[in-house]
Design a protein around this ligand. Structure first.
Ligand SMILES: Nc1ncnc2c1ncn2[C@@H]1O[C@H](COP(=O)(O)OP(=O)(O)O)[C@@H](O)[C@H]1O
Ligand SMILES: [Mg+2]
Length: 403
């Protein structure tokens, strides 16, 4: 993995002199921009830039709203607990002159792009860079494959071995299980818990890549104060409900940003879409998720993209589920090992330093994180789901008096 230049947060003139080419990704709602710092032949004879391949990009740039702390904290947990490869995001605050030089550079390339499809994508995404709160510089993940590529057009799927290839890969299935456990700890639902196959990324060795990572650890007070009710799942302003619907169970939404709250208009169908969260109890009931979300989603997508292709056989699904479940259990063990004693204090210090450096965030709540970790500890001690849920509700109500 090429390292990000260590002085990149201070690049100013270099944004106008050192970049040979850049273009936005086609994937993702907003996606990222690939950046090349070497000359790869510039424009070829037919006017295309196809020789600038993602694998040769020096780094990528991703715009974010709000604080960079949720991404930095998520990347740390995903690599520590989930064994995922981190893109090691380096945030550049949008308000700096350095970020302005970067955005000027993006503007220059978007303006001079000659490929019609790329130009249209620039037009759709450029304002996200212009109006971001921070721009993340990330290491290019090499040889990136996405789960979504394996059920698409008949030919592509066939060439790649289709879903079968994924399900029979022991390393990959085990690693995805670990990632599932780590994602649950940070509430990240926009990947496995609530399937988004564009965020399930891995390389040819079955190593999983922590792209598009952030925490969805909702803060209770912020939900109560927000009148838009965009952060779904809460039935009443009671901490018991918060614990049930935003910590224990999946299918809740992140807290909206101030911008999203401002854009919200009741009754308007194009209300801001918030990323889904993941509850911690899901990792102790893998079977339900596997059957109702993972397998169901993949079979539905396969049918949609390749109507004539058959689903892999029962044995394949069965074996894959065993490997995956094994990975989840390894992740749960990691949580107990790496989030105890001195290690726990180290994580807490990391959290504090990210918050003081990049600012706090309504979806990076320490109490939420602590309670998830506590639930895992209790389950490992032999508590049933009900007992552990009751215990964490009690814990929260004692520590958050006044709600
Ligand atoms: N660090 C990275 N290295 C290489 N490719 C990346 C990286 N991050 C994202 N991508 C590619 O760009 C796509 C969109 O990025 P993502 O962060 O998921 O955007 P969005 O938040 O809009 O979903 C991904 O699906 C992946 O193909
Ligand atoms: Mg994505």
């Amino acid at each position: 993995m090429p390292k990000i230049p260590s002085d990149i947060q201070k690049w100013n003139k270099r944004w106008s002199t050192d970049i040979k080419y850049c273009r936005p990704s086609s994937g993702g709602a907003v996606g990222i921009v690939y950046v090349w710092t070497q000359n790869l032949g510039w424009q070829s004879a037919n006017g295309s830039y196809a020789n600038y391949e993602p694998k040769d990009a020096a780094f990528v740039i991703k715009p974010i709203q709000g604080s960079a702390a949720p991404t930095k904290f998520a990347e740390g947990i995903l690599s520590k607990i989930g064994g995922a490869q981190s893109p090691n995001s380096v945030p550049i605050k949008r308000s700096t002159i350095h970020a302005q030089s970067l955005v000027n550079m993006l503007f220059r390339f978007s303006n001079s792009e000659t490929d019609a499809t790329t130009k249209a994508r620039w037009q759709a995404v450029f304002h996200h860079y212009q109006h971001a709160d921070a721009l993340l510089i990330q290491e290019t993940q090499k040889g990136i494959q996405e789960l979504g590529d394996f059920y698409k057009a008949d030919e592509y799927a066939k060439q790649n071995g289709g879903l079968e290839k994924i399900l029979t890969n022991e390393t990959l299935m085990t690693n995805l299980g670990k990632l599932f456990a780590a994602d649950a700890l940070i509430g990240k639902g926009d990947r496995l818990s609530n399937m988004n196959t564009g965020n399930i990324a891995f390389d040819a060795q079955g190593q999983v890549l922590a792209i598009d990572s952030t925490t969805i650890l909702t803060n209770f007070q912020t939900i109560v104060e927000d009148t838009t009710n965009l952060a779904t799942g809460l039935m009443s302003n009671d901490t018991n409900n918060w614990v049930s619907a935003h910590i224990h169970k999946s299918d809740y939404n992140a807290n909206p940003t101030i911008g999203q709250q401002r854009a919200f208009q009741p009754g308007v169908t194009s209300a801001p879409v918030l990323p889904p969260g993941a509850g911690i109890s899901e990792i102790f009931d893998v079977k339900t998720w596997w059957t109702q979300k993972f397998r169901r989603e993949l079979e539905a997508k396969l049918k949609q993209h390749c109507p004539t292709a058959a689903s892999p056989d029962e044995n394949t699904w069965f074996q894959a589920e065993l490997w995956f479940t094994n990975g989840v259990n390894m992740g749960i063990q990691q949580i107990d090992m790496k989030l105890s004693g001195l290690n726990w204090l180290m994580i807490k210090n990391k959290y504090k330093s990210f918050v003081s450096k990049y600012g706090g965030d309504p979806n990076l709540d320490w109490m939420n994180f602590k309670v998830r970790r506590r639930y895992v500890k209790l389950r490992n001690k032999g508590f049933s789901d009900d007992q552990a849920l009751t215990a964490i509700k009690q814990y929260v109500s004692q520590r958050m008096p006044g709600f």
